[in-house]
Design a protein around this ligand. Sequence first.
Ligand code: UD1
Length: 368
Amino acid sequence: MKIVSLVGARPQFIKEALVGAAVREHAAWRHVLVHSGQHYDADMSDVFFQELDIPKPDYHLGIGSGSHARMTAAALTGVEDILLGETPDALLVYGDTNTTLAGALAAAKLHIPVIHVEAGIRMLPRTMPEEINRVVTDRLSVLMCCCSELGRRNLAAEGLTDGVHVTGDVMYDLFLRMRPRFTPEKTCAGNGLKPESFVLATLHRDYNVDTPASLRGMLEGLAAVQEVHALPILLPLHPRTRKRIQDFGLAPLLAGLRICEPLGYLETMSLTCASRFIISDSGGLQKEAYYAGKRCVVMMPDTGWRELTDCGWNVLCAPQRESILAAADRVMAAMPCPQAVYGDGAAAKKIIDSVLGALHSTPETPAP
Ligand code: UD1
């Protein structure tokens, strides 16, 4: 059996690292790796392949950046060519990026079964690009692997019940596997920080950083947390965010913060483990913070990881100074860490078993 696995952006490299390794470990199928090139800078892409021992992709589409339509269209035609040449038994896609959507669409039109890892996540606003990508990808998938029961319930509410499996989160598997390689103290020292005495912050979500008022509000909020709690804030800057700060003339607001380039997985996790808490609008980091036993201020109007906000471990906030300060106050309080929310660290094996089970029972569909 042959499966094409499609990645393109940072969170997908992280998930592929684990799934690809498990496929090799269990000799489950021939795994053809395709990189769309949605993320292309060395610190947005290469560093993850090196640190996480991901093999060189079999294909690289080099789609680069652009409008949603241009990026999706470039990935769509590129993936279609590969699928026509490789004639795989299935296409594996991860998460919710434009790469995910393009792959699912290309495969579904060729009657190639789509497997969606991290299926069933739903959040508002429905107009958010990632939400559109999630809903359409799930609709086109024959196998949906969910991180928790919430994913299964979300899919059932849309009438999707066949091919739905709760496998747990591969990002948790990866966290456990890589933990021996985290170096919290050394990484802190390298960044001039003291363990438990700083905040790690990230921001890149389009609706946050593409609007001057939101971007200003978030930067003012970070500065206020730093001042009120006397906790230095380290802010690795995503290229989208860096560009918007320049476009909107907000660079003076960075003055008190510690700014650096985007970080790889090991450095990010080492700093997460050493931090006092996290402030982020990243879907992945709010979950990884929990794996590290840290709480997270989530600068989003909603989150797909509601298990963590419903119990109060993570706290949502608006992109405004006062809202960020109030959320930071809440996560600084002590609270018992919720247990085993996203599986038991064996998600990759469960995904492989689900795929093997599903594909053997999927009737052959003739190519158009
Ligand atoms: C994408 C995903 C988002 C995910 C995030 C992880 C979509 C719709 N969004 O958002 O779900 O959380 O990846 O980072 O797919 N850029 C560079 N170098 C790069 C990559 C990007 O300079 O290597 C710049 C470009 O100016 C680009 C911008 O960053 O226009 C945004 O990149 P893009 O891939 O469109 O979206 P992300 O914000 O990274």
